[in-house]
Design a binder for this molecule. Structure first.
Ligand code: CA
Length: 384
């Protein structure tokens, strides 16, 4: 849900003297809150005694992120979530059945997100949501993003009938069992246990249905898989390309799990660690997962965990150990692509489907294998 992917950060941060001013922030945001219909009582209850969280200040003033190799991350997460997830799903069997019927989203993907975000509800965070969001907003971290999340959190407190004490979350203000940021909560959270409150913290049905609804609203195509890890056809160049499932079948691509491709629909080849690494065929449903948290490590972990929860076999993928590019390098790649006339759907360094397609076009122009993979070589070549 465009929540920032903090799990990849390695926290080696020097102490800082950066001074964000909480009182100045609260004073500046109050008129906007009033305009939104936030009562004085709600504002006071949310902000009473609020101080800057020095820990968050340190987290945001980190050095450039160190990115763990994608394969190492995925293997570890999928293994442990697949082991613990089946029991958790059994405990919510009726909820998952209702979710599939109501939203048409894959219940195993919803369960995998639940596992990835909070270990199936075991770790929903301990930070006060208002304090976290106000600290990030006071710092102007990522521009106005957290100011607007802070206002949305106020709106939730004003209108949902939930106690002030419920508002705990991650240090970046993600809330509940599947870690909704306030703007996502407002747009997509649903009441699924019938008590008229959207309690994504304590009601597992509410949290899971909210996630299913989010996926549905972001374009989940019912009846299509997210994709498959595949055996790549012999002799076919490992390039980014889109074909119908039946064409992929005809030229010899096979799901490593042994699953059969669907009859209808199409899929795009995807090499998340470059041509040397494992090959996948993905549908637009993969992009919907990636929308929840914009990282391929995250999205593939969710996707592969979902398949294991469904009863699929453990798949042994051979990942190259090369490190991926960091955020600054991804931003530089996007800048270089724009300079070459590509129109991209985001300028936040996210390597989404359209960015990979643009990379593949440039790779073809440069006469190198068009696997759509951003690495340091590509950046060097683009800047030549
Ligand atoms: Ca409820």
């Amino acid at each position: 849900m465009t929540r920032l992917f903090f799990a990849t950060l390695i926290l080696l941060i020097p102490a800082t003297t950066f001074a964000a001013d909480m009182n100045a922030f609260l004073k500046s945001v109050k008129p906007d809150a009033t305009k939104l219909g936030i009562s004085d009582a709600t504002f006071a209850s949310a902000t009473r005694g609020l101080t800057i969280d020095p820990q968050i200040e340190r987290l945001t003033r980190r050095q450039p992120e160190l990115v763990r190799p994608i394969g190492q991350y995925i293997e570890r997460r999928v293994g442990s979530l697949a082991r613990s997830g089946q029991g958790k799903m059994r405990g919510q069997r009726r909820t998952f059945e209702r979710i599939e019927k109501t939203f048409g989203t894959d219940p195993y993907v919803v369960a995998a997100i639940w596992g990835m975000e909070t270990g199936f509800g075991g770790n929903i965070g301990k930070s006060d949501v208002f304090r976290s969001l106000a600290t990030l907003a006071a710092q102007k971290y990522r521009g106005d993003f957290f100011r607007s999340q802070f206002l949305d959190a106020l709106l939730i407190l004003e209108t949902e009938g939930l106690p002030r004490s419920r508002f705990v979350g991650s240090w970046a203000g993600a809330m509940g069992q599947t870690q909704f940021i306030p703007s996502s909560y407002i747009s997509y959270a649903v009441d699924f246990d019938g008590d008229k409150m959207r309690d994504v913290w304590r009601s597992v049905p509410d949290a899971l249905a909210s996630t299913a609804n989010y996926l549905k609203e972001k374009g989940w195509i019912a009846g299509q898989p997210w994709g498959y890890a595949v055996r790549w056809p012999d002799g076919l160049a490992r390039e980014a390309q889109t074909k119908s499932w039946s064409e992929w079948h005809k030229i010899g691509a096979k799901a490593r799990s042994g699953a059969r491709f669907p009859r209808g629909g199409e899929a795009t080849s995807f090499f998340p660690a470059g041509a040397e690494g494992p090959a996948f065929l993905i549908t637009l449903n993969y992009d919907v997962i990636r929308d929840y948290n914009s990282s391929d490590s995250y999205s593939l972990s969710v996707a592969l965990t979902a398949d294991r929860l469904r009863g699929g076999p453990a798949i042994n993928l051979k990942w190259p150990s090369a490190e991926t590019v960091n955020r600054d390098q991804r931003l530089a790649i996007q800048k270089a692509l724009r300079a070459r006339g590509h129109v991209l759907s985001n300028d936040a360094g996210r390597i989404t489907r359209d960015v990979r397609a643009a990379i593949a076009i440039e790779q073809r122009r440069m006469g190198v294998l068009a696997d759509g993979y951003p690495d340091v070589d590509l950046l060097r070549q683009l800047n030549r």
